[in-house]
Design a binder for this molecule. Structure first.
Ligand SMILES: [Zn+2]
Length: 270
């Protein structure tokens, strides 16, 4: 069984600043533990849902924007038992690992050196992660090195479309995934450059010959937050026939023979 637990379903500058929706990314428990896009609050939200950062094997970071990588260093400290043990794998965009003209790398040399392996792959590159295989997928975003993935598992594929504008190749890279997690920043009639909106997702999944069993919308920006992501999810589900959910902190998808979802209760803070 594969378990996907969301530590937030928000994204974009204003949702992040206000924490109108949590921005912690998500955690995949497969044969190895993979943490994806640790935005601000990832560490705190993890403990709220009893996920221990010391158990992370692979940290995947799609790009070097704060809402996706803010908590990267502190998670590496978790993965490496407080930098006492060389452990864990980072798979990040080139901007995350090397920085770019506007950004330093998302992690210091101290943190990068603490990891067993650091990769800044290209679309099409493949990684064997325990019994699963991760295929790196492309994206067109304001960070031009942004990457997503398709994780091949014995329970079907789990695909992640990170921040990107719509482009036709998204269809072939993600077609046939059983669970499709897509960053849908904007609601209907409110498209902005470099991000997906509701209509883009409808167009994309309608064009897929093999459709996902479940679609999960994440990375809701402020306009999506106010428009109501559940209304947008209902619209997508009505016009595509695909079961569509909205990610939020504590939302868990269990992928076995069947796919089931539940919202976990947060642990009490001391
Ligand atoms: Zn971004």
């Amino acid at each position: 069984m594969i378990e996907i637990t969301f530590l937030g379903g928000g994204g974009g500058r204003f949702v992040t600043i206000t924490q109108a929706r949590a921005t912690g990314g998500f955690f995949i428990k497969a044969s190895k533990n993979i943490y994806v896009d640790p935005g601000p609050g990832a560490l705190v939200r993890m403990w709220r849902y009893k996920i221990d950062p010391r158990k992370i094997d692979v940290l995947f970071i799609s790009h070097r924007h704060t809402d996706h990588c803010n908590d990267a260093e502190v998670l590496v400290e978790g993965m490496t038992y407080g930098v006492t043990k060389k452990r864990g794998i980072l798979i990040g965009s080139k901007s995350v690992v090397h920085g770019d003209e506007n950004h330093t790398p998302a992690l210091s040399k101290y943190h990068l050196d603490a990891l067993e392996e650091v990769h800044a792959p290209n679309p099409g590159d493949r990684f064997k992660i325990g019994q699963e295989e991760m295929i790196i997928t492309p994206s067109i975003h304001s960070d031009p090195t942004t990457i997503g993935f398709r994780l091949k598992t014995s329970y079907g594929d789990i695909s992640y479309i990170p921040d990107t504008q719509y482009f036709d190749e998204l269809i072939e890279w993600h077609e046939g995934a059983r669970v499709l997690i897509a960053s849908v920043t904007r609601p209907r009639d409110m498209r902005i450059p470099y991000h997906l909106c509701t209509e883009d997702v409808v167009y994309m999944v309608k064009a897929m010959k093999e459709k996902p069993e479940v679609l999960i919308m994440t990375h809701a920006g402020m306009k999506m937050h106010f428009a109501g992501p559940y209304k947008e999810a209902e619209f997508i589900q009505n016009v595509t026939g695909i079961k569509t959910y909205v990610a939020k902190e504590g939302f868990r998808v269990t992928v076995g023979k069947e796919i089931s979802v539940k919202t976990l209760r947060p642990a009490r803070f001391v």
